[in-house]
Design a binder for this molecule. Structure first.
Ligand code: T1G
Length: 691
């Protein structure tokens, strides 16, 4: 064996050179890997005993992309292009042997190989768009030459990981090899290539798939139109589309130059910096300083959920999707049947949309068992309470669970704001009690706020974080306070939006500012969607707030066809003159003078109030780090990922500027508003939250 460098080696077996990369954890294309590829290919090319080369990786995956930690730093030779040139320009066939996930630059390297084989569990993709980027090493030029323009558009703008079977069908992979025989299978394929005298096929030379799209600009116009809402505010998807257009309309070299030009613009831009920050922030959130990675966890083989309402049913689906059986407990048969029917309908709709087969939907539904008896939860490893947000109800349930559920199980509450420490007083094992706050719709929203009580054990925390990742959630740890991280900051924003209504601003003006900022919906549209009458009753209503006035007029939101907005039968919203009059009259009745408020003020009072509350959350130790706060807001509330999150946004503005603006707004921020001492201190010291 020839050791090429610390991460690469070359073995020659009966005429086949096996160039192997070993750079844990994901064989990212760091400088050492690039060097190993260049030197290894040169050695293989120069060795007359080598008739063909197999490029393979050790560990869990094939090359998983450029080393994201290198972005923003001075480039270090050799470049990825040099490595690709050594492969594509080789005088002998090079075969990529793919397992795990060949992603980004990893797939771009494989596309420079003459052939590609993969095990059935392998996946290929160009997910750079999730980093605010585009494939910058020829991916946008080579991929459409194999799969065609339309499929390439979907792959580069969706950043999806495509399974090996589909890659084979598209021609992205030439052969599937046995799951437990990648190396042998790749060598056998290399021998076949030699025996059959197959050509040194270069993807860059293929043109027939591009010719099919040439002279059809409508392909791109229709794709842009169909995805306008999804791509709203993002730069990277549009730049990816332009690269595929370049592949169709320009020679390879010119197309690659356009790709590099657009890549350079993106990689230095604020959006990609924010999205790369978010990539690492999600992974950092998994790390809890005093709960080490080897903390013992509870193996979760069976889950119990109390409450089969919207949340309970959605939570149950997460576990069924991961193949974990769930027992759903309700208080009466009608509620149980209703809950299970909603779950069934959700699965059937997903199957109808082609997300998976109806057989798969039935398999997941079969993992859900309904019960009216809490004793059926006795053997659960994890029980999640998802009932009405009422402390007495929750404590009663936990007291019963304490008597029923086996020792060692984790007892979780899905409470969105209540004091977990008080809930834990209801049991004799407070160390087993943890918060697992899912976000509605629980089977869709990625965020899981894991709440650590004063007595919560490290095992309970580690288990909640681990199972959260297993069911595809992004977990972030919160301490106990009203609203934890996300809802506490939402309340801080709400104080400003409610105050601005009383200053004469219309709800739709506030919603527009936050929607244009990148939020999926404004706060008032959200309220109409959720229903204005949560916690409201006609008996106690006193026309003392705008919400009460609306509810008293049966304007309770989308469900009644009117709330802050008026809705047509398709639930399309439009500003309401009735609401305008209600607000105008109420403001006058309060003796307030309406004033014009600029869009800038609306945005700043909302976002700076959130940043200030985030600083307090950090200062109180409710959040471990600022980036966890951003993980909460991006994944739980739809803060635009290309703006990083409230704390990243604060750094983008500059903390000194944040403090100066808050001071300038002064009393407008409200009589109870105080600037976070931590924020002031960090601003004075020129520090950043997310350095
Ligand atoms: N660079 C650096 N570190 C990476 C990395 C990467 N590309 N991918 C993962 N890591 C680290 C990650 O931070 C974590 O570190 C550990 O590896 C395990 O990751 C030129 C410009 C491969 C599907 O976007 O999608 O190529 O926390 O927890 O859940 O055109 O990692 O342990 O210290 O995510 O098993 C394109 C990104 C780059 C792939 C594995 N490639 N990675 O998931 O493990 S840009 C990507 C992933 C590019 C070219 C362009 C996933 C994974 P730590 P993990 P996982």
């Amino acid at each position: 064996m020839t050791v090429i460098n610390t991460v690469a080696s070359l073995v020659v077996e009966d005429g086949i050179g096996i160039l192997s990369i070993n750079y844990p954890p994901v064989n990212a294309l760091s400088q050492s890997v690039r060097e190993g590829l260049v030197q290894g290919m040169r050695a293989a090319n120069a060795d007359p005993a080598v008739k063909a080369v197999v490029l393979i990786c050790e560990g869990r995956t094939f090359l998983a992309g450029a080393d994201i930690t290198e972005f923003g730093k001075p480039p270090r030779a050799p470049s990825l292009f040099e490595a690709q040139d050594e492969i594509e320009g080789a005088a002998k066939p090079v075969i990529a042997a793919i397992h795990g996930t060949a992603l980004g630059g990893g797939l771009e390297v494989a596309l420079c190989c003459h052939y590609r084989v993969a095990v059935p569990s392998a996946k290929c993709g160009l997910p750079e768009v999730h980093l605010g980027l585009l494939p910058g090493a020829g991916g946008t030029q080579r991929l459409p030459r194999i799969v065609g323009a339309e499929r390439a558009l979907e792959m580069v703008t969706g950043g999806t990981h495509v399974g090996a079977a589909e890659c084979l069908a598209m021609g992205l992979v030439d052969e599937l090899v046995p799951a437990d025989g990648l190396r042998a299978g790749a060598i056998a394929f290399a021998r076949k290539v030699l025996a059959e005298g197959r050509p040194l096929r270069k993807v860059r030379d293929a043109d027939d798939k591009l010719a099919a799209a040439r002279g059809k600009p409508e392909i791109f116009a229709e794709f842009r139109k169909a995805n306008a809402r999804k791509f709203r505010g993002f730069l990277a998807p549009e730049y990816n589309i332009r690269c595929i257009e370049a592949a169709v309309n320009l020679p390879f070299e010119a197309g690659q130059r356009e790709e590099r030009r657009l890549f350079t613009e993106l990689v230095t831009g604020a959006q990609s910096i924010a999205q790369r920050y978010g990539f690492f922030a999600e992974r950092m959130a998994q790390k809890i300083p005093d709960v080490p990675a080897d903390t013992p966890t509870v193996a979760v083989a069976k889950v119990g959920i109390i409450g089969a309402g919207t949340m309970g049913g959605g939570i149950a689906m997460n576990f069924a999707n991961a193949g974990i059986p769930v027992t759903l407990v309700e208080t009466n048969q009608a509620a149980l049947d209703r809950g299970l029917a909603v779950v069934r309908r959700n699965y059937e709709n997903s199957a109808k949309r082609g997300r998976f087969t109806m057989a798969e939907a039935e398999r997941r539904i079969a993992l859900l068992t309904g019960s009216l008896d809490m004793n059926s939860l006795a053997d659960c490893d994890l029980v999640i309470e998802a009932v009405f947000e009422e402390m007495a109800v929750k404590k009663d349930i936990f007291a019963k669970l304490d008597r029923i559920v086996k020792p060692g199980a984790v007892l979780a509450s899905n409470t969105s704001a209540l004091n977990l420490n008080e809930i834990a007083t209801a049991v004799l094992r407070p160390e087993a009690v943890v918060g697992m706050h899912f976000f509605s719709p629980a089977n869709v929203m990625r965020l899981l706020e894991v709440v650590r009580g004063d007595k919560t054990s490290k095992t309970a925390i580690a288990t909640a974080m681990q199972i959260g990742k297993k069911i595809g959630k992004v977990a972030a740890l919160s301490g106990v306070c009203p609203g934890f991280i996300g809802n506490r900051m939402l309340a801080a924003r709400g104080a400003q939006t409610q105050a601005m209504l009383l200053e004469g601003v219309m709800p739709w003006d506030i919603d527009k500012v936050l929607y244009d900022f990148g939020m999926p919906m404004g706060p008032f549209a959200m309220s109409d969607l959720a229903g204005l009458d949560l916690g409201w009753s006609r008996e106690t209503s006193k026309s003392s707030t705008i919400r009460e006035l609306l509810c008293e007029r049966d304007r309770r939101g989308q469900k009644t066809g009117a709330g802050f907005y008026d809705y047509d039968e398709a639930r399309n919203a439009k500003p309401s003159e009735v609401t305008r009059q209600i607000i105008t009259d109420f403001v006058a009745q309060q003796g307030r003078q309406p004033r014009a408020i600029s869009e800038t003020e609306i945005l700043e009072r909302c976002t700076l109030a959130m940043i200030n509350e985030g600083a307090k959350i950090l200062d109180e130790g409710i959040a471990i780090r600022a980036s966890d706060i951003d993980v909460v807001w991006v994944n739980g509330y739809g803060w635009p990922v290309y703006r990083g999150g409230p704390m990243h946004h604060a750094d983008h503005i500059g903390l000194a500027e944040v403090v100066a603006k808050l001071k300038a707004y002064g009393p407008l921020m409200g009589p109870d508003f105080t600037i976070s001492p931590l924020l002031e201190r960090m601003a004075a010291e020129g520090k950043k939250f997310t350095a």
